[in-house]
Design a protein around this ligand. Structure first.
Ligand code: IPD
Ligand code: CA
Ligand code: CA
Length: 256
């Protein structure tokens, strides 16, 4: 029932993205001028939440635009109604709906759906990950020097040791191919299905990675924070790889 509702909610959100793609729709700014929210984010979110609440009126919701809808429940739905909003607002079809389901503090289900590529990624704790119903696996590449990487940048620049620019500089100075797609959830799924060997980002929110990190783990990959500690979507840093290049990528990120 949880999984069926997850699929229904993901599809409901995805339909809205398709319906409004290329506009017109209203766009406004949030934390910075270019941290955008469109009316489509809100429509997608409303469709997702009403689908969940129809089946489970008492479940806890954490969703990017409305925040927390607190219920006394062991199940929490963590929703990004459009991951890749800047792409969406510019008519770039690299964006998705991302929903993670946490039970008793553990992520048990995740779904990421990019309706423009017709790609639906699903993971169920202990049962593997799929892309359009076919099992997926991370890449088998063991050589960081031959890796294809992906990263993302937050809307707000924060200078620090091992800042996004410092790490990016180290990566490109090594001649490593690195991409920036603009959707952390898609970045994670593309690690999970072997298109990328590794992904790192400095400052994500729970809704960006809740589904994607489970999808990477269930596809055989490794996900930690920058220190190599157990990953929690409630802290900011993320390092997700095929497992083989985890340590060398962590060293690059941490300047070691
Ligand atoms: C953003 C995307 C992007 C990442 C940002 C996120 P949004 O989410 O995932 O790839 O670099 O850090 O905030 O705003 O499109 O939902
Ligand atoms: Ca997001
Ligand atoms: Ca979003």
């Amino acid at each position: 029932m949880l999984k069926a509702t997850l699929l229904k909610a993901t599809e409901a959100g995805g339909k809205i993205l398709q319906q409004y793609f290329n506009g017109p729709f209203e766009v406004s700014s949030k934390s910075t001028l270019n941290d955008l929210v469109t009316e489509v984010d809100k429509k997608s979110e409303a469709a997702i939440i009403s689908t969940i609440h129809e089946a489970f009126p008492d479940h806890f919701i954490l969703s990017e635009e409305v925040g927390e809808i607190r219920k006394n429940s062991e199940v929490k739905w963590i929703i990004d109604p459009i991951d890749g909003t800047v792409n969406f607002a510019n008519g770039i079809p690299l964006c998705c709906v991302s929903i993670g389901v946490e039970k008793d503090g553990e992520m048990v289900l995740g779904a990421v759906y990019n309706p423009f590529m017709n790609e639906l990624f699903i993971a169920e704790k202990g049962k593997g990950a799929t892309l359009n119903d076919k099992p997926i696996k991370v890449s088998s590449n063991t050589n960081i020097a031959r890796s294809c990487l992906v990263t993302g940048f937050a809307y707000k620049w924060e200078d620090s040791v091992n800042s996004p620019l410092a790490v990016f500089e180290r990566v490109i100075k090594q001649g490593l191919p690195i991409r920036r797609l603009g959707s952390a959830a898609i970045d994670l799924c593309w690690v999970a299905c072997g298109r990328f060997d590794g992904f790192y980002e400095h400052a994500l929110h729970a809704w960006d990675a809740a589904a994607g990190y489970l999808i990477v783990e269930e596809a055989g990959g490794k996900v930690t924070d920058f220190n190599g500690g157990k990953y929690s979507p409630y802290q900011q840093t993320i390092l997700a790889t095929n497992g083989h290049i985890h340590e060398p990528l962590a060293n690059l990120v941490n300047g070691k």
